[in-house]
Write a protein that binds this ligand. Sequence first.
Ligand code: MG
Length: 373
Amino acid sequence: MLADYAVRVEGSRGRRFPELAHAYRNDFQRDRDRVIHARAFRRLEAKTQVFTRRYSDHFRNRLTHTIEVAQISRTIAAQLGLNVDLVEALALIHDLGHPPFGHAGEISLDAVMRQHGSTFDHNLHALRIVEDFEIRYAAFRGLNLTFEVREGIIKHSRDYPPDQFPELAEYLLEQRPPIEAQLIDLTDEIAYDTADLDDGYEARLISLKDIRAGVPVFERFCAEVEKLYPHAIEKLKFNEALKRVFDRLVSDLICNTRCQIEKSGIRTLEDVRSHSKRLAGFGSCADAERRELKQFLYKNLYFSSALEPEKEDAERVIGELFAFWMDNPESLPQSYQEKAAQEPLPRVVCDYIAGMTDTYIYEQYDKYLVEKR
Ligand code: MG
């Protein structure tokens, strides 16, 4: 069933600490299950995707977004003859390193780290979680995931220049990741572009009229839906059009990736790894449509005044708590105080904050910075 260019579990470079084979689950299936049973995975439920709970319980949080990414990724991987188990594990893990407060939280945490001469990168943080912070097994620290899953964590969304990241040398930085990993960033984008349009419309922050005027691909399908269901209520017309946009992007990604593989003469996984560029991607027409949709969301949703309070909260709460723990490291939990003996304090504070849910970071803010005033 697997294409020649797919990753084969029996060809895995293996785990850091060798383990006996399982009776009926292969190594990528075991990795998927380890991710699902991780504490960091459960915390995704209380981390913002775009909308905080003050809007509605109906909207996506980072956990439901992750499940959507896994569903889309599995469908596409199966069509392309890729390793579905590996793709599923990579999709479930792709946002594990996200800090509280969605995108604004990531920007705020990166900004405070830059004041200390460092950075915050959610992929690298996810790697620290699975290598070090999750403690579940007596024989080793971390989840002891296979090489291919750890490689996919850092390479799914960007390339890391080998000269700038010598500590990541084991992940073959000069090579492209397998197509299984290349897919994730694209399925992530299909998931959030369509979901954010859905939640933004439901929250009444963007109207059907604005979407039709600002997103040509949506308008094209909406006109078709108008003809098919002239008497349907507006919300259902919206749903029908959105469903078609979603399907258009998924189908194009499958079709264009297959076409790229054929055109470039790729036969094996080694060919994929040594190819000059990534092979998974949209065709130029769908890519332009995707960009228009994304620009619309930036302008009308992510940077809208309605979501401004969320961004201000992220900056204020993360910035002030970071400064508080830098000044008062004795207020960190014992395990983080011990870490501070081995690593720079800003990194330890960053790790602590990055792991928090939206709920927990507000509790900490109230405890240390509101009640004491
Ligand atoms: Mg994501």
